[in-house]
Write a protein that binds this ligand. Structure first.
Ligand SMILES: [Zn+2]
Ligand SMILES: [Zn+2]
Length: 318
């Protein structure tokens, strides 16, 4: 099939956007890049730009954005930027900085590295942690229960990377970057670069970047396969932004998914996504309570729907 000029242009947008992000943080006016709100503005701008691209050159009609999906995505984007970001700061980054100070660790060498090397190192540190956290989530039931809601999404869109159980969103945000004295603009450039990659990796945009990009960075092809409905296809391509890690650790798989979701493709509400990890416990409690009730009352306590889903979730995690 011949590639149209529009396709070829769109295939180059992800690398071009990374170039824009890096140039902004490297050469942008100091008053802008050092502004305390800079990252708070640039991160959603990236998502908005890619959402607009979905409207211009969509990948699958079945993933087309609608009001319900948009509002859910918006809820999680705000949750991540506020509550989750605050929790990460208080429970992870500040304790790490305190630990570093109490141990007398100094990492001034980090800020003396070339700027681009600092960006690359921040990306590698964050992605290395996320890769193994993601693999753990797919291999150990307590962690899977936090990650399964992200796999229950039934379509992919630009902000879907932020959709998931809040415990998962917190776990995936953990990193050791706070232990190093990197230049702040290098950290922000790294965060925005990973933002561009992972937002495109969830977006309904017909953009398939060239191999010199997709060898290193996760694309929608890699990640849509990971979101497939069949269990085997989800056991690969764990890299959030650095698909290179899957190539190194033997979990890379070529392919692409169109039908995405978990098991019976049941779309979970925000409430169901939030309660998902606790569902088995709630179920056990209901069974225990029903067992204590007199026989006549048993018929009323029939948690069939929840049981079905829990069984399916446990199977996927096995
Ligand atoms: Zn996953
Ligand atoms: Zn995903």
């Amino acid at each position: 099939m011949e590639t149209s000029l529009k396709d070829r242009l769109f295939n180059l947008i992800p690398p071009a956007m990374i170039a824009v992000v890096l140039s902004f943080w490297a050469f942008g006016p100091r008053s802008l890049v050092e502004h305390p709100w800079a990252l708070t503005v640039t991160s959603p701008l990236i998502v908005i730009a890619i959402l607009l691209l979905e409207a211009v050159h969509e990948r699958h009609a079945g993933w087309r954005m609608n009001r319900r999906e948009f509002l859910t995505d918006l809820y999680y984007s705000v949750l991540s930027a506020t509550v989750i970001a605050w929790l990460t700061q208080k429970l992870s980054e500040e304790p790490l900085v305190a630990l570093k100070a109490s141990l007398g660790l100094t990492t001034a060498w980090a800020s003396h590295l070339p700027w681009l090397a600092q960006v690359a190192m921040v990306i590698f540190l964050i992605e290395f942690g996320q890769y193994w956290m993601h693999r753990l989530m797919h291999n150990w039931t307590p962690f899977w229960l936090t990650h399964a809601p992200h796999h229950h999404i039934t379509q992919l869109n630009a902000a879907k990377g932020a959709v998931g159980n809040p415990i998962e969103l917190f776990l995936i945000s953990l990193s050791v970057v706070a232990l190093f004295d990197f230049d702040k603009t290098a950290i922000f450039a790294a965060l925005n670069t990973m933002g561009v990659i992972s937002v495109f990796a969830h977006a309904n945009v017909r953009a398939d970047p060239p191999i010199w990009y997709s060898f290193f960075f996760t694309t929608i092809r890699h990640h849509s396969l990971h979101h497939s409905t069949d269990y085997e296809s989800t056991r690969c391509n764990y890299g959030n932004s650095l698909i290179l890690l899957d190539r190194i650790f033997g979990t890379y798989r070529e392919g692409e998914g169109i039908l995405v979701g978990q098991d019976d493709r049941k779309r979970l509400t925000i409430r169901e996504q939030t309660m998902f990890p606790f569902a088995p416990m709630i179920e056990k409690f209901k069974v225990w309570r029903a067992a204590k009730q007199p026989r006549g009352a048993l018929a009323e306590a029939s948690p069939a729907d929840d049981l079905d889903r829990d069984a399916a979730g446990a199977k996927a995690a096995a």
